[in-house]
Ligand binder design. Sequence first.
Ligand code: 4AZ
Length: 257
Amino acid sequence: MGGPTRYRRLLLAVVLAVTGVATGVAGQAGADERIVGGSRASIADHSYMVYLATVDGFQYCGGSLVAEDKVITAAHCVAGERPADITVVAGREDKQSETGLISPVASLWVHPDFTDVRDGADVAVLTLREPLPYRPIERAGADDAALYEAGKPGLILGWGRTTAGGEPSRFLLGAEVPLVADADCANSYSTFKAESMICAGLPEGGVDSCQGDSGGPLVVEGVLVGITSWGEGCALAGKPGVYTRLMAYAAVLDEQV
Ligand code: 4AZ
């Protein structure tokens, strides 16, 4: 049995060496890997992270569990849809696996002021048919302005594209992006509105949310502060991602959640 064991050890060593190298390269290359510029994230560490799928299982947006039967997402992900057309997939890191739970949506609330992402109010709440056994995330309240200070690290998560125009991700990806000062974001985008939006990204670009990540979370200090909403392209220098400023909707969300 010495032969096969030695062979297996050698194989293991080769596999570890190759994956080690691959991980190192991905970390350096950044711009062409994951969310955009991110890395694999564990669903166990982010149990609130869900995705929205069509009835035939196609993932098209993200969302965050904020109560056992409530998901916060972007209005633009669900506006005009019927609850029966949306399923929520929770506890599943790999879209090709069957782990976790799928919940039908019982009802849908879209912010009444929502018309277009560039006008704000890009927030919606899904009520699930059944409560889910996953830990929800705390959301920013009306007194949480300190969480929105420029430079604070924000966590973004999703299964969206890993490059602008590229393929969506099979696995949950995450990345850290600093919050951008409102004045700087107003310079990037003429339609930026500080009362309803917050920007996050590096000045040089390279790390960002992208198509398919919409509706997913922006988390600061463990608190849900934003919803992935819009931006010009993905990960471009001077074009940070724009997120719904959740604190601005604290009162209306208190009623809905
Ligand atoms: C989108 O189309 C989208 N870079 C989401 C996020 C960003 C841009 C576009 C931010 O869903």
